[in-house]
Design a protein around this ligand. Structure first.
Ligand code: NCD
Length: 302
C-alpha cells in the first residue's frame, strides 16, 4: 500500500514518472479516449475544509478512469466526527468501504495519523498549514509543460509562506532539480517558518527572503498564493497585510514572468492580469485533473 502524504516522500525518479503518467492522462482526456482502468474501484473524497478544485478534480479524475466516488464536502458537520468520533475510527470505517481515501483536514499531521490506522491508501489533499503534495505535483507539471524544464529556475513565492502549505510543498519538490533559486516575497511577519528553511538548507537549496516586488521581471515563475486567512491567529494581522503586496497589471505587463496560483485568488493578483500571457493559473487548475488521474492510477494499480 502506498500513501501520498507529503512532498518529502518523493524521489526525483518518482516525480518524473508521475509527470510522464500525467502527460499520458492529458493525451487520453484531450483525445476523448480515457481507458477505464479503475472500473472496479471506489474512491472516497472526505473534506473537513472547503475546497473547489482539489475535491472536484479528484472526483472527476476517479470518474474519468471508471471508478466510483463517495464524498463529503463538509465532513466537520456531516460526519460522525461531529458526534465525537475520532479521525482514526472514521478512517478505519471508510477503509472498510472504499479502495482509497482522499482526505483534507484543517489540522497539520492528520494525513499521517489517518495513514497509521488505514488499510487502504491515504492521499493527503491538504493538512492544515503543513502539506499539499498533490497540488505541488500539479504545479510542477504546469511549470514543466510551460517552460520545458524544472531546473535553472528563478522562482519567487508570495505572499504568505508562513502559512501556505502549497508553497511549502512545491519548494520541497523543486529542490530535486539543479540550480533553482528561491525567493520568498512577503511582509517579514509572514516569513517561511524555520522548519521549512531547515528543510531547504538540508537539501542544498539557495534562497532569499525579501519584502518587495522590485525584481518581479527577473523571475521565471512567480508563485502567488493568497494570505491564508483561516490560519492567522490574529485576524487584524491578516487585514493589515492582505493587500500589502499585489501583482498588478502595471507590474506584470511586458515581463516574461509566468504567474502560478493554486487559487482561490482573493487580493493577491489583480483580475486585469488574467488576460496577460503571464497568467497560468486557470491552466494550472485544469492540469490538476491529469495529475490526479495519474496519482489515482499509481496508488490503485500499485
Ligand atoms: C490551496 C489550499 O487548499 O491550500 N488551494 C487548493 O487546493 N487549490 C491554496 C489556498 O487555499 O490558498
Amino acid at each position: 500500500m502506498q500513501h501520498i502524504l507529503s512532498a518529502k516522500q518523493f524521489s526525483k525518479e518518482q516525480l518524473l514518472e508521475i509527470l510522464s503518467s500525467a502527460g499520458e492522462m492529458e493525451k487520453q482526456v484531450l483525445a476523448g479516449k480515457v481507458e477505464k482502468i479503475l472500473q472496479d474501484k471506489v474512491v472516497a473524497c472526505i473534506f473537513f475544509e472547503p475546497s473547489t478544485r482539489t475535491r472536484l478534480s479528484f472526483e472527476t479524475a476517479a470518474l474519468r478512469l471508471g471508478a466510483g466516488v463517495v464524498s463529503s464536502e463538509n465532513a466537520t458537520q456531516d460526519f460522525s466526527v461531529y458526534k465525537g468520533e475520532s479521525l482514526e475510527d472514521t478512517t478505519r470505517m471508510i477503509c472498510g468501504y472504499v479502495d482509497c481515501l482522499v482526505l483534507r483536514h484543517p489540522e497539520a499531521g492528520t494525513a499521517e495519523r489517518a495513514a497509521k490506522v488505514a488499510t487502504k491508501p491515504i492521499i493527503n489533499a491538504g493538512d492544515g498549514g503543513n502539506q499539499h503534495p498533490t497540488q505541488a505535483l500539479l504545479d510542477l507539471y504546469t511549470i514543466k509543460k510551460t517552460l520545458g524544464r524544472l531546473d535553472n529556475l528563478k522562482i519567487a513565492f508570495g505572499f504568505d509562506p508562513k502559512h501556505s502549505r502549497t508553497i511549502r510543498s512545491l519548494a520541497l519538490l523543486l529542490t530535486h532539480f539543479e540550480n533553482n533559486i528561491f525567493t520568498f516575497v512577503c511582509p517579514p511577519a509572514l516569513n517561511p517558518s524555520d522548519d521549512v528553511l531547515e528543510d531547504l538548507k538540508s537539501r542544498g537549496a539557495k534562497f532569499e527572503i525579501i519584502d518587495n516586488l522590485n525584481n518581479f521581471g527577473d523571475y521565471d515563475i512567480f508563485y502567488a498564493n493568497r494570505l491564508q486567512q483561516e490560519r492567522f491567529e490574529d485576524k487584524a494581522e491578516f487585514e493589515k497585510y492582505r493587500r500589502a503586496l499585489v501583482l498588478t497589471e502595471k507590474l506584470v505587463a511586458g515581463t516574461k514572468t509566468k504567474i502560478l496560483d493554486p487559487l482561490p485568488r482573493i487580493d493577491e493578483i489583480e483580475t486585469a492580469v488574467d488576460a496577460l500571457p503571464n497568467a497560468l493559473y486557470f491552466e494550472q487548475a485544469k492540469n490538476g485533473l491529469y495529475v490526479r488521474m495519474a496519482l489515482l492510477k499509481g496508488v490503485l494499480e500499485g
